[in-house]
Every structure is written in C-alpha cells, then in structure tokens.
Ligand binder design. Structure first.
Ligand SMILES: *[C@@H]1O[C@H](CO)[C@@H](O)[C@H](O)[C@H]1NC(C)=O
Ligand SMILES: *[C@@H]1O[C@H](CO)[C@@H](O)[C@H](O)[C@H]1NC(C)=O
Ligand SMILES: *[C@@H]1O[C@H](CO)[C@@H](O)[C@H](O)[C@H]1NC(C)=O
Ligand SMILES: *[C@@H]1O[C@H](CO)[C@@H](O)[C@H](O)[C@H]1NC(C)=O
Ligand SMILES: *[C@@H]1O[C@H](CO)[C@@H](O)[C@H](O)[C@H]1NC(C)=O
Ligand SMILES: *[C@@H]1O[C@H](CO)[C@@H](O)[C@H](O)[C@H]1NC(C)=O
Ligand SMILES: *[C@@H]1O[C@H](CO)[C@@H](O)[C@H](O)[C@H]1NC(C)=O
Ligand SMILES: *[C@@H]1O[C@H](CO)[C@@H](O)[C@H](O)[C@H]1NC(C)=O
Ligand SMILES: *[C@@H]1O[C@H](CO)[C@@H](O)[C@H](O)[C@H]1NC(C)=O
Ligand SMILES: *[C@@H]1O[C@H](CO)[C@@H](O)[C@H](O)[C@H]1NC(C)=O
Ligand SMILES: *[C@@H]1O[C@H](CO)[C@@H](O)[C@H](O)[C@H]1NC(C)=O
Length: 359
C-alpha cells in the first residue's frame, strides 16, 4: 500500500520536471571559483542571499556584481532581480558541481521539488539533490535535515584559455547570439559548451554555461591566491583584504588592475598590510604608473605569501605595443584573454622581470 502511494507521488513529480538535468561538462579534476545567476523569486536582501548560498563574505558578492564595497548587507534586492553568486566548484566524473555548498536546512512544508524549483530558483533539478545527498526516499525528508545543493559549474579551460564559468539564467526573449555578444564569447562556443544542437532550443530559465573572459595577471604560481582568475567587470579582494583587483578591460587593456584596498575593509590574519612597493622602481606603490623608456609601466600585483609579504612586479603597459618590441610568441596561451594583445603583455612582463634581474 505505502509503496504504491510513493510511486504515484514520485511519478507526479517527474511529469512536472521533464526538462533535462542542468549539469555542466567538466573534464578536468579540479576545483575553482564559479558564478551563477540567482533570479530572486521574491523581494529579498543581499544578506539573505548570502545566507541562502552559504557565501562567506558579502564582499565576494559585491565584487561579483561590481557593487561598491560600501554597499550595506541590508541592500534590498527586488523580486526578479538577478544577482551573481560566487561559489567554489569541484569537478569529478565529467561534470562540475558546487563544492559542498550551499547547505539548505529543510523547513516545515518543504518538498525537494519546491527547494530546487522555488527556493533555489530552478538552478538545479530535485533529482540532483536526491543524488548527491544519497536520499533513498525523495518523499521523506525531515524538518531540520541538511541538504547539499549541487549548483552546476565547470573548471575547464575553453579553447585553451582559462575562463570563469558562469551559469547564466536565460531571460525571456534572449538569443544565443545576444548572450555571446554580451559576454564576449561566440555563439559556436556557447552551443558546443552546452551541447545545444540548435540555437532555437534555448528557453527562458535555462542555465547556460557561459565562459567569462578573465584579465591577465602577473601572479606568481607560488602565491596563495594563484591563479586569481578575475572575470570581466568584476573585482575581488585578495592578500587578506589588503589588495583590491578589478578586471575592467578598459582601453583594450586586459591586465588586472590591483591597488591597495587601504581602509575600505578590515585586514584578516595579518595585523596590518605589508609594503606594496615595487622594489627598485622609486616610490611606486601597487597600482601606481610611471613613464619610462617610452612606455607606461605599472606596479602590478604578483601575489602574497603567508609570512606577510605582498609580491609586486613592474609591468610595461601592453598598449605601448606600437613602440615595437617583438612578441616572444612562445608559451603565450597559458594566460590571457581571447583577442587581446597578451603577447605584447608577456613581452613587457619579461622586460619587467629582466629589470629586476629575475630572469
Ligand atoms: C563516476 O561514474 C562512474 C560510472 O559512471 C560511477 O561508477 C562512479 O560511482 C561515479 N563516481 C562518482 C564520485 O560519482
Ligand atoms: C515567495 O512568496 C510567496 C508568496 O508569499 C511564497 O509562497 C513563496 O514561498 C516565496 N518564495 C520564496 C523562495 O521565498
Ligand atoms: C553518499 O554515498 C557515497 C558512497 O556511498 C559517499 O561517498 C558519500 O559521502 C555520501 N554522501 C553523503 C552526502 O552522505
Ligand atoms: C573554440 O572557438 C571556436 C571559434 O573560435 C568555436 O567554434 C569552438 O566551438 C570553440 N570550442 C569550444 C570548446 O568552445
Ligand atoms: C615567485 O615567488 C617566489 C617566492 O615567493 C620567488 O622565489 C620567485 O622568484 C617568483 N617567481 C617569479 C617569476 O617572480
Ligand atoms: C611555476 O612557474 C615556474 C616558472 O614559470 C615553473 O618552472 C614551475 O614549474 C611552476 N610551478 C608550478 C607549481 O606550477
Ligand atoms: C582610457 O583611455 C582614455 C582616453 O585615451 C583615458 O582618458 C583613460 O584614462 C584611459 N583609461 C584607463 C583605465 O587607462
Ligand atoms: C578595442 O579593440 C577593438 C578591436 O580589437 C577595437 O574595435 C576597439 O575600438 C578598441 N577599443 C578601444 C577603447 O580602444
Ligand atoms: C600611488 O598610489 C597611491 C594610492 O594607491 C596614491 O596615494 C599615490 O599618490 C600614488 N603615487 C604616485 C607617485 O602616483
Ligand atoms: C617570506 O618568505 C619568502 C620566501 O618564501 C622570503 O623571501 C621572505 O624573505 C620572507 N619574508 C619574511 C618577512 O619573512
Ligand atoms: C595587437 O597589437 C598589434 C600591434 O600594435 C596590432 O597590430 C594588433 O591589431 C593588435 N591585436 C589586437 C587583437 O588588438
């Protein structure tokens, strides 16, 4: 008797959720940072969103949405607004899901389908909650039970370039072409990445895997925040909040722009921020620019070490390419952004390192 009833309820659930499971391909075995859209069903606040998604710091939400650091946690988010959520991604078995977050605590009256569809705004299917939480009976969840909500993500490079994968919720009336244009990728890439045979199959509410370009950076691979992938039009705080890095891609300059965060946020772990001067470059501090040898050079962020050291390096502005240093051409595809002049940037970086006798 009882099992018959369960079968009926389960099949009812299945008829409402016929669309395919939303998972992103990920062939690497890696962890990385990802982004996903949350379209608030009801009016809410940044603080409630932060709690729902288990985001540690409000400022990572602020950075992902390019909102000022001074934004209050009570900042209202009207219904149907889209907020980008930053979260850690873990890949295994060919797909990526959020790494052990968010964790949702079941409330009275919740069903798995309601949790997936309404509370997490359809970013996943309830079957995926069943699967990662080893739920044997989807109709039997307990009030107070903690559920891991597996959001789709990926860590794969796209066309040989590091990107940040962004789960974009398709709005009514948008097209693959339009989305590609908006996020600086191609329709072909979106179709192949998402296994879409036909651009017309795109539906409002689909979660599309969009590879976001990231700024080139001079970060040392020994740095605690390596590889520091900051997508276009976002910023991040790093080096225990001592450094603020933004990726704006103004003037076709794709170099990550980092400055001391000064008094805007509280320093963590360290008692105070260490020196951020570029050694041997006069009084240049992180983010300062100087003009020498016909080129602008900027004191750039190169990482930090746990023993209270912030690494810096002087980088010649890639836009002074016209002055004629030939590109080295080798090992250039490791970093950088599609369509940008990163070979010039690397040439400049090399010169910058020569300047300090590092190479
Ligand atoms: C990975 O996939 C294989 C076969 O598809 C399966 O046996 C295994 O349990 C999966 N591992 C994980 C961690 O999901
Ligand atoms: C949004 O509001 C409606 C009506 O008050 C409520 O039924 C629903 O559960 C709310 N959704 C969320 C995700 O809080
Ligand atoms: C689900 O089961 C697998 C294998 O039995 C185990 O590795 C995993 O930790 C379990 N997950 C949870 C959330 O209990
Ligand atoms: C790589 O880029 C080309 C266009 O430049 C595109 O057709 C192709 O689908 C891309 N590959 C992937 C895996 O996205
Ligand atoms: C990276 O950092 C380490 C120590 O922090 C240093 O020894 C090394 O020279 C740096 N590499 C580059 C390319 O700057
Ligand atoms: C770091 O970079 C150096 C020089 O580019 C390279 O030789 C080394 O293998 C890299 N180390 C790691 C851990 O990637
Ligand atoms: C971009 O270029 C304009 C005009 O050439 C200049 O005024 C502006 O400062 C530049 N911005 C950056 C971030 O370099
Ligand atoms: C950036 O580069 C593109 C082509 O590479 C060019 O069309 C555009 O005008 C450039 N923008 C600026 C601000 O220089
Ligand atoms: C260097 O940048 C700091 C802020 O980061 C600024 O206060 C200072 O005036 C700049 N110095 C020069 C020489 O540009
Ligand atoms: C921190 O460690 C680096 C090497 O990892 C070393 O070069 C540097 O001198 C150390 N700094 C301090 C303040 O101990
Ligand atoms: C890179 O710089 C070279 C030399 O200034 C220029 O000819 C080329 O168009 C630039 N490429 C891009 C993609 O901006």
């Amino acid at each position: 008797m009882k099992s018959d009833l369960l079968v009926i309820i389960v099949s009812l659930l299945l008829t409402i959720t016929l669309t395919t499971a939303q998972t992103f391909k990920c062939s690497t075995t890696a962890t990385c940072q990802s982004l996903i859209d949350y379209v608030s069903p009801n009016a809410t606040t940044l603080s409630e969103i932060k709690t729902l998604f288990g985001v540690k710091n409000l400022r990572s939400i602020l950075g992902a949405n390019n909102l000022p650091l001074s934004t209050s946690q009570n900042h209202p988010v009207p219904a149907k607004n889209t907020i980008k959520i930053p979260f850690p991604c873990k890949c295994s078995n060919g797909s990526g899901i959020s790494n052990s977050v968010p964790v949702y605590t079941v409330k009275l009256g919740d069903g798995l389908d309601h949790i997936a569809r309404d509370i997490f705004a359809g970013l996943l299917k309830y079957e995926q909650i069943v699967s990662v939480n080893n739920i044997t009976n989807p109709n039997l969840i307990q009030v107070g039970q903690k559920l891991w909500i597996p959001l789709p993500c990926s860590c794969d490079p796209v066309n040989g370039t590091e990107v940040v994968h962004y789960g974009h919720v398709v709005a009514k009336g948008s097209t693959v072409e339009g989305i590609a244009l908006e996020f600086g990728t191609s329709a072909e890439t979106l179709l192949s990445l998402n296994g879409l045979a036909d651009a017309n199959k795109l539906q409002a509410g689909d979660v599309l895997d969009v590879p976001m370009s990231v700024c080139t950076s001079t970060i040392n691979n020994t740095s605690a925040d390596y590889p520091l992938l900051v997508p276009k039009d976002t910023y991040t705080l790093t080096a225990n909040n001592c450094v603020q890095c933004k990726c704006g891609i103004l003037n076709n300059s794709t170099l990550l722009q980092c400055v001391p965060s000064l008094n805007e946020v509280k320093v963590t772990k360290w008692s105070q921020c260490p020196s951020m001067q570029c050694k041997g470059a006069g009084a240049l501090t992180l983010g300062n620019t100087s003009y020498s040898a016909g080129c602008n050079a900027v004191c750039s962020y190169a990482g930090y070490t746990t023993n209270e050291t912030i690494l810096t390096t002087l980088v010649t502005d890639p836009t002074c390419a016209a002055n004629g240093v030939p590109p080295p051409g080798s090992h250039a595809n490791k970093i950088g952004m599609r369509g940008s002049n990163w070979s010039w940037f690397l040439a400049s970086l090399h010169l910058g390192l020569l300047f300090f006798g590092l190479v």
